[in-house]
Design a protein around this ligand. Structure first.
Ligand code: HEM
Length: 159
């Protein structure tokens, strides 16, 4: 496997860490908000894991985007032309832009949860910011059968 293969493989599987940590962060935040629960260390830890896994995805994604991906090299060779091709535009603009926005929401959410004055406010901020991040992430993952260039759920081989 070359740099592209290793990075794509890690980025593909790390998506599951993002999805799992997202659910482990969001579901207890929604339940806790409804029940007026205490914001405890477990919730803070899952929120940190969610932010960390999305940050790792950002780094791996940037490596694919700027260094390794032959798809992006093809797009950059003729960017104007790439904008007219659904697959190249998806990778050059759509996936990257939406995911960067989602990672930003995750980071802003984590900072605001820390600053929030009450347990209710912490839960509310978590649901809003992490919820937006998760919605964007789930909508921007190239699931099988979706979007311009669907990819496998479990990557066992390179394209
Ligand atoms: C939470 C954030 C992200 C998630 C969950 C995610 C998920 C994925 C998934 C599932 C794939 C398909 C992998 C495969 O083919 O098996 C992919 C491909 C890719 N992602 Fe992301 N991604 C994220 C963020 C980013 C960011 C921020 C960038 C760019 C800065 C990026 C750039 C790419 C590129 C360039 C490809 C592959 C294109 C190719 O096939 O060569 N991703 N991503």
């Amino acid at each position: 496997m070359d740099g592209y293969g290793i990075t794509l493989f890690l980025h593909s599987w790390m998506r599951w860490a993002v999805v799992v940590t997202a659910l482990m962060t969001l579901v207890p935040s929604i339940v806790g908000w409804r029940n007026g629960a205490h914001w405890d260390d477990t919730k803070s830890k899952w929120a940190s894991w969610f932010v960390n896994t999305t940050s790792i995805q950002l780094v791996l994604g940037l490596l694919l985007y700027g260094v390794f991906s032959p798809v992006l090299q093809q797009a950059f060779a003729n960017f104007g032309g790439a904008m007219k091709d659904g697959v190249l535009r998806y990778w050059a603009v759509e996936h990257m832009t939406m995911m960067v926005i989602a990672v930003a929401f995750a980071h802003i959410g984590a900072a605001r949860v820390k600053k929030a004055a009450s347990d209710v406010a912490k839960h509310r901020v978590a649901v809003i910011f992490f919820g937006l991040a998760i919605l964007i992430i789930v909508a921007s993952i190239p699931w099988p059968g979706s979007g311009a260039d669907p990819r496998p759920l479990f990557r066992l081989a390179l394209p």
